[in-house]
Design a protein around this ligand. Sequence first.
Ligand code: FAD
Ligand code: NAP
Length: 560
Amino acid sequence: MPHNNQVVSSVNSVVEIDAVVVGAGFAGLYMLHLLRDKLKLNVEVYDSAEGVGGTWYWNRYPGARCDIPSHHYSYSFSAELQQEWTWSEKYAAQPEILSYLNHVAERYDLLKDIQFSTRVVAAHYDATQQRWLIETDSGRRLSAKYFVPAVGTLSSANIPKFKGHGSFEGEVYFTGHWPKEGVDFTGKRVGIIGTGATAMQAIPLIAEQAAHLTVFQRTPNFAAPLVNEPMRRDVDQAAKANYPELRRQAWETFAGVPFDRLKPSALEESEEQRRAHYEACWQDGGFSLWIGSYGDILFNKEANETAAEFVRAKIRERVKDPVIASVLCPPAGQTYGTKRQPCETNYYETFNRQNVSLVDIKKAPIEEITGTGITTAGTQHEFDAIIYATGFDAFTGALFKIDIRGRDGRTLQEYWSQGPRTLVGLAAHGFPNMFTITGPQSPSVLFNMPLGIEMHCEWIADCIEYMELNGFGSIEANRKDEDEWISHVKEVADSTLLPEATSWYSGANIPGKPQVFMVYLGGGKHYKQVITEMADKGYAGFKLEQAAVADSARKVCEAL
Ligand code: FAD
Ligand code: NAP
């Protein structure tokens, strides 16, 4: 990738288009649809995967499925699409979500503008031209007015480099890059590192197949049952008859998923009332206990402890061996739900199986990966296969893998070296005409992601339309407004218990990553009001500059 001042001289080899979108998951697909089909812009999309789907293309591990109900975990932008797609389970599994996204791509004829198996490696802003110079690993070079890295918040795997990394001679799998053809663990000795939401989905199914499964747990987790079931006809019919109302209700809630049992305070009820209420939420499944039980459990430690103790009791009830149960139980002081609550199916019962063992690597850490297995505190565990279910370098990982340079050649990595800096999670000062989707400091992963993605894509498309219709060449977040937003995000987060957890929400899972709470906790509805108001005020908080050169995008938009 040339530096900005070299770009002009090599312009012959550069393809001029209006927008480049990176990623063909929920976000990239809808962004393409809006920019190409609504604004009639010339758009190219790139994805390193061989097909669409993003998360649901890569995460093909056994048990992968969504943790919010399928009717909610889907696009809302098209009434026809909502009516024609029928989910087969309350919580759809990975193959079905992937089929859905393929259906969307075909239905809106998106595939012809997506280049697969191609990684975007660099994006440099040329302030003179008000354009991004973008390069792919296939050597394609593009000049685009708009750059939309829809690269996913959970798409860059965290692979810990234990001593001996790479020396294991058996099979090695990463849950976030699971082989397309699947894996047969029959008769094999398998080790799995990690006990997050991913591992909790995979472990029960792998245990059913493997000769022996050894689970390496660093931090015990509070999980609740998913309570999945085949889609009931009446439920599907009711959803289809009331989709607008369903979506309206979702937008009224904090996380974009309605729960009808939410009460204000765990501390205002007697122990008996609380237990009955938690039990009802537990039976509902999914996130009912987490964000649908009492409003104060994520704000008040005493209230939180009542929920934590309820879950600990459930673990002790379900796991027969009290020693194993005690290792699986998060200890006193570990707050419930301050990390995303994993949803499980038979996870705890799996530890009652004879072919499953649990290694507490907090007590006996992993010392080394050897040719034949894993050594923990002097004990050698022999395996045929090792699985890394070790999570993601969330929010920033995928962005930093691209050499993104804004004004004056400043890298995004340098600008975010103390933690992400954004205005409302959509843009960063010094990086004009670049928009992130469900980026850090937006409600992002703590809001129903398809709805959050739609909100961002629509805001970005409206912003681009506004710019084109008014002859603007660039839009850039003001530093002062960015500062204010960052303080606000911190202030809201600090009023909750969430920043206290060592979680990927704060970057705590990645050694050396600055620890800053990265999610806006003001709720999706309030956040939507904030960004809508900014737009209504002519993009308050942003600096807009007139176009330095005439460009095709404007002509297209004006013709609409
Ligand atoms: P992604 O789906 O991550 O897509 C990003 C794409 O960008 C990827 O295909 C990647 O290959 C591509 N890419 C990245 N960098 C480059 C590059 N430099 N060049 C080319 N291509 C690139 N959210 C929920 O709300 N509910 C759920 O139930 C839920 N379940 C989840 C389960 C799992 C296992 C995981 C990992 C996440 C889950 N999420 C869930 C979050 C999920 O990531 C989002 O819901 C949503 O799928 C994100 O879509 P996206 O398009 O923003 O990003
Ligand atoms: P995760 O929650 O970050 O869990 C990673 C696991 O690996 C943790 O148990 C972690 O231990 C362990 N680990 C990481 N580095 C380690 C190291 N160096 N040594 C030992 N153990 C290590 O990641 P995830 O399970 O992939 O889930 C990430 C997010 O993806 C979820 O929170 C959720 O948002 C989404 N997701 C959703 C679903 C769903 O149900 N729909 C399913 C999967 C994922 P520590 O806890 O000690 O760090």
